[in-house]
Design a protein around this ligand. Structure first.
Ligand code: DGL
Length: 267
């Protein structure tokens, strides 16, 4: 296989990273992808740092064994925990997703935003750094951090619009809406799959920000700089690997990304 025809690896603790994969695939339709989901070891957002680090390294090394030319960490929790360490270890470019706090503050008319993410992300050093950099440009702004335990599990179970999911969302939105935020950053890659219910609950005047397009642009930029674009004109394909694969997982994968997505078991 020609160097540029090699696939791009994308991983997450589970199916959340598919919300990033769908945006990347639309941006780079000629590329091949391998998506790895660690469903059997999820959630990562409530686990110790060491656990998240080990699982992220495991998935990254699996992707490397598949000869990928770049890796996208489509998980805010892993991105926050591993920081730049993974990129320093790996022989291929690594793109990490992160909550675009500064961009959200710049767009906010009221200088107040909410960030929904895992408890691990909102308490991580990496996120606190992102926040303090953003606040140095907008010193009077307010950022309402909201850890959302239990929400990724709703997506993993394919429960995108059930009363239980809606109740959780209402509970997590309350402090953000009470503070008067007009932008909500989805700082966990599972949450874009809940956009419909989120929109219904927030009403007009509040915008939801999905960081996936920024990650897609970063990947595009890296491929350009490193001259790694796939040169073939044909449409690329994606192979899905799921840890702990079973019929229910296959069902949720198909519902979230495409009926044609046939998963293989993650070794
Ligand atoms: N999708 C993940 C994120 O973006 C993690 C969810 C979890 O495993 O807790 O943070």
């Amino acid at each position: 296989m020609d160097a540029v025809d090699r696939p791009i690896g994308i991983f997450d603790s589970g199916f959340g990273g598919l919300s990033v994969a769908r945006v990347i695939r639309a941006r780079l339709p000629q590329e091949n992808f391998i998506y790895a989901a660690d469903c059997g070891h999820a959630p990562w957002g409530t686990r110790p740092d060491d656990y998240v680090r080990r699982r992220a390294e495991h998935l990254a090394h699996f992707l490397l064994s598949q000869n990928v030319k770049a890796i996208v960490v489509a998980c805010h929790t892993a991105s926050a925990v591993v920081g730049d360490d993974l990129a320093a270890q790996l022989p291929v470019p690594v793109i990490r997703i992160a909550p675009p706090v500064r961009e959200a503050l710049a767009a906010s008319r009221v200088h107040c935003i909410g960030v929904m993410a895992t408890s691990k992300t909102v308490t991580s050093k990496s996120y606190l750094q992102i926040k303090s950099e953003a606040l140095s440009s907008y010193p009077n702004a307010r950022i309402v951090d909201q850890g959302c335990p239990g929400l990724m599990e709703c997506v993993e179970r394919g429960e995108l619009n059930t009363p239980a999911t809606r109740n959780l969302i209402r509970r997590y939105l309350m402090p953000i809406l009470e503070a008067g935020a007009d932008r909500i950053v989805l700082g966990c890659t599972h949450y874009p799959f809940l956009t419909e219910i989120l929109r219904q609950e927030i009403g007009n005047g509040v915008e939801i920000i999905d960081p996936a397009p920024i990650a897609a642009e970063s990947l595009h930029r890296v491929l350009t700089e490193k001259r790694l674009f796939n040169s073939t004109a044909a449409a690329g394909r994606t192979i899905f690997y799921v840890d702990d694969l079973n019929p229910q997982r296959q069902h949720v994968l198909s519902a979230l990304i495409s009926r044609e997505a046939n998963a293989r078991k993650l070794p």
